[in-house]
Design a protein around this ligand. Structure first.
Ligand SMILES: [Zn+2]
Ligand SMILES: [Zn+2]
Length: 198
Protein backbone atom coordinates (compact mmCIF):
# COMPACT_ATOMS: atom_id res chain seq x y z
CA UNK A 1 0.00 0.00 0.00
CA UNK A 2 1.26 3.47 -0.76
CA UNK A 3 -0.08 7.02 -0.81
CA UNK A 4 1.22 9.37 -3.49
CA UNK A 5 0.54 13.10 -3.52
CA UNK A 6 0.17 14.93 -6.82
CA UNK A 7 0.03 18.70 -6.60
CA UNK A 8 -2.43 20.36 -8.98
CA UNK A 9 -0.23 23.44 -9.22
CA UNK A 10 -2.55 25.91 -10.92
CA UNK A 11 -5.10 25.77 -8.10
CA UNK A 12 -2.68 24.54 -5.45
CA UNK A 13 -4.81 21.50 -4.71
CA UNK A 14 -3.67 18.09 -3.50
CA UNK A 15 -4.68 14.99 -5.41
CA UNK A 16 -3.82 11.69 -3.72
CA UNK A 17 -3.34 8.27 -5.25
CA UNK A 18 -3.78 5.30 -2.93
CA UNK A 19 -2.46 2.04 -4.31
CA UNK A 20 -3.71 -1.19 -2.83
CA UNK A 21 -3.04 -4.68 -4.19
CA UNK A 22 -6.14 -4.89 -6.31
CA UNK A 23 -7.22 -1.30 -6.64
CA UNK A 24 -6.11 2.28 -7.14
CA UNK A 25 -8.13 5.08 -5.59
CA UNK A 26 -7.64 8.61 -6.92
CA UNK A 27 -8.78 11.22 -4.44
CA UNK A 28 -9.76 14.66 -5.82
CA UNK A 29 -8.27 14.78 -9.34
CA UNK A 30 -7.74 18.53 -9.66
CA UNK A 31 -6.60 20.72 -12.51
CA UNK A 32 -3.82 19.27 -14.62
CA UNK A 33 -3.14 16.00 -12.78
CA UNK A 34 -4.54 13.76 -15.54
CA UNK A 35 -1.21 13.64 -17.38
CA UNK A 36 0.56 12.29 -14.31
CA UNK A 37 -2.36 10.02 -13.53
CA UNK A 38 -2.13 8.34 -16.94
CA UNK A 39 0.80 6.38 -15.49
CA UNK A 40 -1.57 4.66 -13.08
CA UNK A 41 -4.13 3.61 -15.65
CA UNK A 42 -2.95 0.04 -15.76
CA UNK A 43 -5.00 -3.11 -15.44
CA UNK A 44 -6.03 -2.45 -11.88
CA UNK A 45 -9.45 -1.37 -10.83
CA UNK A 46 -9.31 2.43 -10.85
CA UNK A 47 -11.79 4.62 -9.05
CA UNK A 48 -12.16 8.30 -8.22
CA UNK A 49 -13.13 9.30 -4.70
CA UNK A 50 -14.19 12.90 -4.08
CA UNK A 51 -14.09 14.75 -0.77
CA UNK A 52 -16.59 17.28 -2.19
CA UNK A 53 -17.78 18.77 -5.46
CA UNK A 54 -15.75 21.98 -5.87
CA UNK A 55 -14.04 22.69 -9.18
CA UNK A 56 -10.49 22.55 -7.80
CA UNK A 57 -11.09 18.95 -6.66
CA UNK A 58 -12.93 17.60 -9.69
CA UNK A 59 -11.41 19.53 -12.61
CA UNK A 60 -9.67 16.59 -14.31
CA UNK A 61 -12.27 13.99 -13.36
CA UNK A 62 -13.45 13.56 -16.94
CA UNK A 63 -9.87 13.27 -18.22
CA UNK A 64 -9.07 10.04 -16.37
CA UNK A 65 -10.17 6.50 -17.10
CA UNK A 66 -11.92 5.50 -13.90
CA UNK A 67 -14.39 2.65 -13.57
CA UNK A 68 -16.41 4.54 -11.03
CA UNK A 69 -16.76 7.87 -9.25
CA UNK A 70 -17.67 8.03 -5.57
CA UNK A 71 -19.12 11.16 -3.96
CA UNK A 72 -21.55 11.95 -1.15
CA UNK A 73 -25.10 12.23 -2.61
CA UNK A 74 -25.48 15.79 -1.30
CA UNK A 75 -22.59 16.99 -3.48
CA UNK A 76 -23.48 14.87 -6.50
CA UNK A 77 -25.48 17.73 -8.15
CA UNK A 78 -22.21 19.71 -8.33
CA UNK A 79 -20.71 17.07 -10.62
CA UNK A 80 -23.44 17.68 -13.13
CA UNK A 81 -23.61 21.48 -13.00
CA UNK A 82 -20.61 23.69 -13.81
CA UNK A 83 -22.14 26.65 -11.97
CA UNK A 84 -22.69 24.72 -8.76
CA UNK A 85 -19.13 23.38 -8.80
CA UNK A 86 -17.67 26.74 -10.01
CA UNK A 87 -16.05 24.95 -12.98
CA UNK A 88 -17.49 27.73 -15.12
CA UNK A 89 -15.36 30.29 -13.25
CA UNK A 90 -12.30 28.39 -14.45
CA UNK A 91 -13.49 28.28 -18.04
CA UNK A 92 -14.73 24.70 -18.06
CA UNK A 93 -18.23 23.49 -18.96
CA UNK A 94 -19.99 20.60 -17.26
CA UNK A 95 -17.89 17.46 -16.87
CA UNK A 96 -18.30 14.90 -19.63
CA UNK A 97 -18.86 11.80 -17.57
CA UNK A 98 -20.40 9.67 -20.30
CA UNK A 99 -21.63 6.41 -18.88
CA UNK A 100 -19.41 6.45 -15.82
CA UNK A 101 -21.01 5.11 -12.67
CA UNK A 102 -21.45 7.73 -9.95
CA UNK A 103 -21.81 5.95 -6.62
CA UNK A 104 -22.60 7.11 -3.11
CA UNK A 105 -19.90 7.15 -0.43
CA UNK A 106 -21.99 4.42 1.23
CA UNK A 107 -20.24 1.89 -1.01
CA UNK A 108 -16.94 2.40 0.83
CA UNK A 109 -15.98 -0.59 2.93
CA UNK A 110 -13.13 -2.79 4.08
CA UNK A 111 -10.16 -0.54 4.78
CA UNK A 112 -12.13 2.59 3.80
CA UNK A 113 -14.50 4.54 6.01
CA UNK A 114 -16.44 7.69 5.12
CA UNK A 115 -17.06 10.40 7.68
CA UNK A 116 -19.69 12.83 6.48
CA UNK A 117 -18.38 16.21 7.69
CA UNK A 118 -20.65 18.94 6.25
CA UNK A 119 -19.83 22.62 6.71
CA UNK A 120 -17.60 23.52 3.74
CA UNK A 121 -20.23 21.97 1.44
CA UNK A 122 -23.31 19.90 2.30
CA UNK A 123 -21.72 16.68 1.10
CA UNK A 124 -18.15 17.24 2.31
CA UNK A 125 -16.54 14.06 3.60
CA UNK A 126 -13.31 12.93 5.19
CA UNK A 127 -12.08 9.46 4.29
CA UNK A 128 -10.37 7.25 6.82
CA UNK A 129 -8.11 4.61 5.31
CA UNK A 130 -6.71 1.69 7.26
CA UNK A 131 -7.31 3.52 10.56
CA UNK A 132 -4.02 5.30 9.78
CA UNK A 133 -4.68 7.97 7.18
CA UNK A 134 -7.36 10.65 6.92
CA UNK A 135 -8.04 12.45 3.64
CA UNK A 136 -9.68 15.60 4.91
CA UNK A 137 -10.54 17.56 1.76
CA UNK A 138 -11.41 21.18 2.49
CA UNK A 139 -12.84 20.38 5.94
CA UNK A 140 -9.57 20.60 7.85
CA UNK A 141 -6.11 21.86 6.88
CA UNK A 142 -2.94 21.81 8.95
CA UNK A 143 -3.58 25.18 10.58
CA UNK A 144 -7.15 26.11 9.63
CA UNK A 145 -10.49 24.77 8.43
CA UNK A 146 -12.48 25.19 5.22
CA UNK A 147 -14.50 28.32 4.49
CA UNK A 148 -18.24 28.17 5.10
CA UNK A 149 -19.36 31.25 3.15
CA UNK A 150 -19.87 29.57 -0.23
CA UNK A 151 -23.23 28.10 -1.31
CA UNK A 152 -23.90 24.93 0.68
CA UNK A 153 -21.52 26.07 3.42
CA UNK A 154 -22.77 26.21 6.99
CA UNK A 155 -20.88 27.50 10.00
CA UNK A 156 -22.86 25.52 12.60
CA UNK A 157 -22.44 22.29 10.66
CA UNK A 158 -18.72 22.98 10.38
CA UNK A 159 -18.53 23.45 14.15
CA UNK A 160 -20.15 20.08 14.79
CA UNK A 161 -17.98 18.39 12.14
CA UNK A 162 -14.89 19.83 13.84
CA UNK A 163 -16.11 18.54 17.20
CA UNK A 164 -16.54 15.05 15.77
CA UNK A 165 -13.07 15.16 14.24
CA UNK A 166 -11.67 16.41 17.53
CA UNK A 167 -12.99 13.24 19.20
CA UNK A 168 -11.48 11.10 16.46
CA UNK A 169 -8.12 12.90 16.67
CA UNK A 170 -8.02 12.51 20.45
CA UNK A 171 -8.65 8.77 20.09
CA UNK A 172 -6.17 8.42 17.19
CA UNK A 173 -3.39 11.01 17.61
CA UNK A 174 -1.05 9.17 15.23
CA UNK A 175 -3.45 9.56 12.34
CA UNK A 176 -1.71 11.08 9.32
CA UNK A 177 -3.90 13.80 7.83
CA UNK A 178 -3.76 14.58 4.11
CA UNK A 179 -5.68 17.81 3.45
CA UNK A 180 -7.06 19.13 0.16
CA UNK A 181 -4.62 22.05 0.29
CA UNK A 182 -1.26 22.51 1.95
CA UNK A 183 1.07 20.17 3.72
CA UNK A 184 0.26 16.88 5.40
CA UNK A 185 0.11 16.76 9.16
CA UNK A 186 -0.99 14.51 12.01
CA UNK A 187 -3.96 14.50 14.35
CA UNK A 188 -1.63 15.24 17.26
CA UNK A 189 -0.20 18.36 15.60
CA UNK A 190 -3.67 19.59 14.63
CA UNK A 191 -4.88 19.27 18.21
CA UNK A 192 -1.82 21.22 19.36
CA UNK A 193 -1.47 23.86 16.63
CA UNK A 194 -4.70 24.32 14.71
CA UNK A 195 -6.61 27.17 16.43
CA UNK A 196 -9.96 25.64 15.47
CA UNK A 197 -9.14 22.49 17.43
CA UNK A 198 -7.57 24.03 20.52
ZN1 LIG B 1 -13.79 23.30 -1.60
ZN1 LIG C 1 -10.34 23.14 -2.41
Amino acid sequence: MEVIRLLAKALDENCYVVREDERITIIDPGYGVSTELAAFEDKKHLRALLTHGHADHIFDLDQIETDEIIIHPMDKPMLLDAEKSFLNLFGKNALLLGGKKVLSTEVLRDRWKCLHTPGHTEGSCCFLFDERFLFSGDTVFSASVGRTDLPGGDHDQMTSSINRLKELFTKMPDLIVFPGHGRQTTARIILRENPFFM
